[in-house]
Ligand binder design. Structure first.
Ligand code: CP
Length: 365
């Protein structure tokens, strides 16, 4: 992944004493997109109140109105990141990651720090009572005494529900096995709306979304499809690209529910059949199964020479593998880094809501 010629160039420049850091801020990272989104969504204060003290277990619990208000608050944070530094002062987040993570853990922790809260962090299950056979139910009972909310990642899909049973503080599901990753999906749809805010209104033509992956086995895709169904009016079709090797592409009832909610879903095994006409391409090849990574669909690859539609954007939950070539990083199709960056702001918004601190950041009270 590392571009050796860039490293050599940097080393040569260092030797010559000529290193100057020039912050390039392509439009995609700037504040124009969040400001535009902010202007287009009128504030409805009471909608976010509904998230007060709520557990966030699944994407299915979000209605369109709640999503729009969450995106509005995220855009407000992203448009003016220095304005709000203390809404979570006095609150403690317990960040419990029993499965590896770069983005989710650090963006949650960054979000919490940026809002002035304090954190306790677990990054290794072997350092906790789990190593002695303690149940998540009992650990949840203890967490009630130590913090104001929990962010949990675990490879067992029952983990969140098990801990919820003893918790009296809200928990956020940060990825539970192959089941769900609701806050990743929030970040994904937030990115799509910043790219094209019209889809909130139900754009007349509708956008075409291509998803390379397996909805029954990939938690990011399961949660994303659910959130996309809230904007079904604005989506002409969702094409799922798969390698034909997975026995059940969808979990029982999953496709039927999405179609009932208005999504028009097609499946294909050839990416080249449709790539040229897709507006959004979401690609992922990793599924966490039990204690290990399963790689699915490695044959599908995107690079700067792929026949992408002009203006099309690529999303990826990351970490990437060979499916997403670094040659795309410098192209306008790269919205995947902005997607990861935007996750900080959507998590700031969600954390503000569940800890009952929205009054401190609303315009209209
Ligand atoms: N997108 C995502 O969940 O990344 P991490 O595994 O690094 O948290």
């Amino acid at each position: 992944m590392v571009n050796k010629s860039n490293i050599q160039e940097a080393e040569l420049a260092l030797e010559a004493g000529a290193v100057e850091f020039e912050p390039e801020t392509p439009d995609v990272y700037g504040d124009a997109h969040p400001k535009d989104l902010l202007r287009k969504i009128p504030e409805e204060h009471d909608v976010l109140k509904e998230l007060s003290n709520k557990h966030i277990a699944t994407a299915a619990q979000f209605e369109k109105q709640t999503l729009l208000q969450l995106f509005r608050l995220s855009a407000k944070y992203e448009s003016n990141p220095d304005r709000f530094s203390t809404p979570l002062k006095g609150k403690i987040m317990i960040s419990a990651f029993y499965e590896p993570s770069t983005r989710t853990r650090l963006s949650f922790e960054s979000a919490w720090h940026r809002l002035g809260g304090d954190i306790m962090s677990i990054t290794d299950r072997s350092t906790t009572g789990i190593a002695k056979g303690e149940s998540l139910y009992d650990i949840g009972e203890m967490f009630n005494n130590y913090g104001d909310c929990v962010v949990l990642r675990d490879n067992d899909e029952n983990s969140v529900v098990e801990m919820m049973e003893s918790l009296r503080i809200p928990i956020i599901n940060a990825g539970n096995g192959t089941d769900e990753h609701p806050t990743q999906a929030l970040a994904d749809v937030y990115t799509i709306l910043k790219w094209r805010p019209e889809i909130m209104m139900g754009d007349s033509q509708g956008i075409k979304i291509c998803i390379v992956g397996v909805p029954s086995k990939m938690r990011t895709i399961r949660s994303l499809l659910t959130l996309l169904s809230r904007f079904a009016d604005a989506i002409a079709e969702v094409v799922i690209i798969h390698d034909g090797q997975t026995e059940e592409l969808f979990s029982p009832g999953q496709k039927e529910k999405l179609e009932e909610d208005g999504l028009k879903i097609h499946t294909k095994t050839m990416l080249s059949d449709c790539l040229h006409e897709m507006d959004v391409i979401y690609i992922n090849t990793i599924s966490w199964v039990d204690d290990d990574i399963e790689t699915i669909g490695e044959g599908f690859k995107l690079n700067a020479s792929s026949p992408l539609k002009k203006g099309a954007i690529i999303l990826h939950p990351l970490a990437r593998g060979d499916e997403l070539d670094t040659s795309l990083d410098e192209t306008p199709h790269n919205w995947y880094f902005a997607q990861a960056r935007g996750a900080v702001f959507i998590r700031m918004a969600l954390l503000t809501c569940i800890t009952r601190r929205t009054d401190r950041v609303m315009d209209v009270l």
